[in-house]
Design a binder for this molecule. Structure first.
Ligand code: PRP
Length: 175
């Protein structure tokens, strides 16, 4: 496996997360913020973004799994690990590494909205463009990217490469 090219460097990611962190800090002044990471991919973005938020945030995590190809049509996502706490009346910010088809996020938003949080927003490092998807309101977006298969910074190929410090594009010929 080779990384064909570096799509977004570690420095560019750091600068973007700083910017996103500043916006979040400004928007949630005097609010009790709970950030929710969607495992596994979001764990690195979550750690680095959170350290750019200058507020006493609380953390929680969810783990979800799609039903493989069926997800493309059904949009059904299985919750493997739910939140540890109630979110009724809380300000909740979901943190994602990537929004691809949008099905995962769409499902998560629906299942969290019924728990009546005070507010529910989304921060995603990457959003793939040019994809037919349910319109999703992503308040904090890092980068909009093309259709390439990307790895690194939390994103995997067959469970590996999440620890690359940059976003890379896979060399498809080496798959
Ligand atoms: C990735 C990513 C999102 C989802 C986005 O997770 O972290 O949760 O895919 O795709 P979608 O917009 O098409 O629904 P993945 O299922 O690869 O699991 P992982 O985070 O454990 O790698």
């Amino acid at each position: 496996m080779n990384v064909e090219k570096v799509l977004i460097s570690a420095d560019e990611i750091a600068a973007k997360l700083e910017e996103m962190g500043k916006a979040i800090t400004a928007d949630y002044q005097n609010k009790d913020l709970l950030i929710v990471g969607v495992l596994k991919g979001a764990f690195i973005v979550m750690a680095d973004l959170a350290r750019q938020i200058e507020l006493p945030v609380e953390f929680d995590f969810m783990a979800v799994s799609s039903y493989g190809a069926a997800t493309q049509t059904s949009g059904v996502v299985r919750i493997l690990k739910d939140l540890d706490q109630e979110i009724a009346g809380r300000h909740v910010l979901i943190v994602e590494d990537i929004i691809d088809s949008g099905l995962t996020l769409n499902y998560l938003l629906k299942s969290l909205r019924v728990r009546r949080p005070e507010s529910l927003e989304v921060a995603a490092l990457l959003v793939k463009e040019g994809i037919e998807r349910t319109p999703l309101d992503v308040k904090y977006t890092g980068f909009t990217i093309g259709p390439d298969f990307v790895i690194g910074y939390g994103l995997d190929y067959a469970g590996k490469f999440r620890n690359l410090p940059y976003i890379g594009v896979m060399d498809q010929s080496s798959l």
